[in-house]
Ligand binder design. Structure first.
Ligand code: FNR
Length: 191
């Protein structure tokens, strides 16, 4: 069966390479994944005072993520770390305590940048969050997409670069397999 995937993109920029990577991955891997890019740019700064009576956008965000089979992060790095609003979305989903939408949710990470380290810094910070949030994180293939530029895409925003495209397809395929494995393992533990 196709898995329903929430994609969280760590850039609000109109021509974001990460958004284009996310859209391309969704298009290339339709056979295995049913991807939905969840809007996180409109979330308010997380404020614990609002926990008892959260803003509607926060409730909507948590409700969107909760039923998903997995979460895919596609993000640039800002100053060697995770863009602030993406961290804010992760914090928002993690609360109230004991009701985290991330708990036990399979995850995968793709980072992309025009530079040569492909968002390695943000990628590894995100990995650490996933450990704490109890998200079974796909280990391989790692996806530090380096030297991604406008030339990597066609006019419709679809990835045309061969090796990059191959890696993105591999990531989607492996993630579907990873979710299968987690679901099957959980069933075994329950019986
Ligand atoms: C960057 N950029 C960047 N690149 C990188 O490889 N390592 C970094 O630490 C940073 N830091 C950083 C901070 C801030 C505030 C900005 C705006 C940019 C460059 C970044 O990779 C580039 O702008 C990408 O194009 C951003 O991704 P999107 O928006 O195209 O998806």
């Amino acid at each position: 069966p196709r898995h329903r995937i929430a994609i969280l993109v760590g850039s609000l920029r109109r021509d974001s390479i990460n958004r284009r990577i996310a859209n391309s991955l969704a298009a290339f891997t339709q056979e295995w994944l049913d991807c939905e890019i969840i809007d996180i740019g409109g979330l308010p700064h997380y404020n614990q005072d609002e926990e008892a009576d959260p803003p509607p956008s926060v409730v909507r965000f948590r409700d969107q993520v909760r039923p998903m089979d997995g979460v895919l992060f596609v993000t640039p790095e800002y100053n060697r770390g995770v863009p602030g609003f993406l961290k804010n979305a992760i914090d928002t989903g993690s609360r109230p305590y004991g009701q985290s939408v991330w708990d036990k949710k399979p995850a995968a990470i793709v980072t992309a940048a025009p530079g040569s380290i492909g968002g390695f810094g943000a990628n590894h910070h995100l990995r650490q969050y996933c450990v704490f949030l109890n998200m079974p994180l796909m280990q391989q293939p790692e996806a530090y997409l380096a030297r991604v530029t406008d030339e990597s895409f066609d006019a419709e925003g679809c990835l045309v670069d061969g090796p990059l495209k191959d890696l993105v397809v591999q990531v989607g395929h492996a993630f579907a397999g990873w979710i299968d494995l987690i679901v099957r393992g959980r069933k075994l533990l329950e019986t």
